[in-house]
Design a protein around this ligand. Structure first.
Ligand code: PMP
Length: 322
């Protein structure tokens, strides 16, 4: 789909995957005016293909567009494009549980102009790629490095939207953590350097005592669709969920007094990723006994079960693509 000032979005088309040609002065290269989304298409037990809450992705895409001064995309058209593309590529989804087709909608600013101002031309594209089972050997806890040097976002910035620069800015910290053997970085807020926000591409949840706490949407973290689903599910089960500021000191204290029972990340890629330990200021903090917590496992089974049609979908999250 193309955009031109005065003409709006036009020329919707589906073409075989291929390289595209852009002017070297295209604004996306210089000023990072670009946003993206990520979702998955699953094969359900009856062989049909399903998407998980795709309307939420289209809404978030337009919130990202708005923050980056990109004109909004028609959400119904975007959803129809998802439907058609997933049907065309459905043979790429093997009939095996938890394999899926990753779908990446994105917008780039294509106007060739060197001044810093919103582009007058854009392209909205959707590419798809099959992905294997995330947990080939069963769901397994990860260890996470709490970042104290770099920050990912600040109040008033772009941490709450999916724009490329957020991820580029995180690479340095991610590299450092990987070199030390940690799989992800846990970001603290960029102002007080104190409140826990999210990990690289996941939101985070903590089970402390009999409550579940997740960082509030302060503007510094992405409102994850899996996060929203997990909050709904936990409340549906009668679990007390608090969305609020939670400091790293509170977490360390809860770990020391034994009330921090579980921690897990939530995101489209892994759905649920249990966290076995946190590294903070030279200290390794075990979460519970370091294995996958009971609630983490139950949430994982339920959400993946809804996605692949194994269990009932009381919230109408599963959208069957026909
Ligand atoms: N935070 C960030 C920075 C992310 O990139 C993602 C992945 N989109 C998430 C959280 C989780 O969001 P979702 O559950 O919508 O995949």
């Amino acid at each position: 789909l193309d955009y031109e000032e005065g003409k709006g979005w036009h020329n919707a088309r589906i073409v075989p995957y291929q390289p595209i040609s852009l002017d070297p002065a295209a604004k996306v290269f210089h000023y990072g005016q670009t946003i993206f989304e990520g979702l998955k298409a699953y094969r359900t037990e009856n062989g049909k293909i399903s998407l998980f809450r795709p309307d939420m992705n289209m809404k978030r895409l337009n919130r990202s567009n708005d923050r980056m001064s990109i004109p909004p995309v028609d959400e119904a058209l975007g959803l129809e494009a998802l439907r058609q593309l997933v049907l065309i590529d459905q043979d790429w989804i093997p009939d095996a549980p938890e394999t899926s087709l990753y779908v990446r909608p994105f917008v780039i600013a294509t106007e060739p102009a060197l001044g810093v101002s919103p582009s007058q031309q854009y392209k909205f594209m959707i590419i798809l790629s099959p992905v294997g089972t995330y947990y080939a050997e069963g769901i397994k806890p990860v260890s996470i490095y709490v970042e104290s040097e770099y920050a990912r976002s600040v109040v008033g910035g772009v941490g709450h939207v999916k724009t490329a620069g957020n991820y580029a800015a995180g690479l340095k910290a991610q590299e450092g953590a990987s070199a030390l053997g940690y799989s992800q970085v846990l970001w603290l807020d960029g102002v007080h350097r104190k409140y826990v926000e999210e990990v690289g591409s996941m939101n985070v949840f903590f089970r402390i005592g009999d409550k579940v706490i997740t960082p509030a949407l302060t503007g510094g973290l992405l409102p994850g669709i899996t996060r929203d689903s997990v909050i709904h599910l936990l409340k549906h089960w009668g679990v007390e969920v608090e969305e609020r500021l939670i400091s790293i000191d509170e977490l360390v204290q809860a770990q020391k007094d034994g009330s921090l029972k579980e921690m897990f990340g939530t995101g489209t890629a892994a759905v649920i990723s249990p966290v076995g330990s946190l590294h903070w200021k030279g200290e390794k903090l075990m979460i519970g006994d370091g294995s996958t917590g009971e609630l983490s496992a139950r949430v994982y089974d339920t959400i993946t079960g809804i996605q692949n049609g194994r269990i009932e979908d009381p919230f109408s999250w599963r959208v069957v693509v026909e």
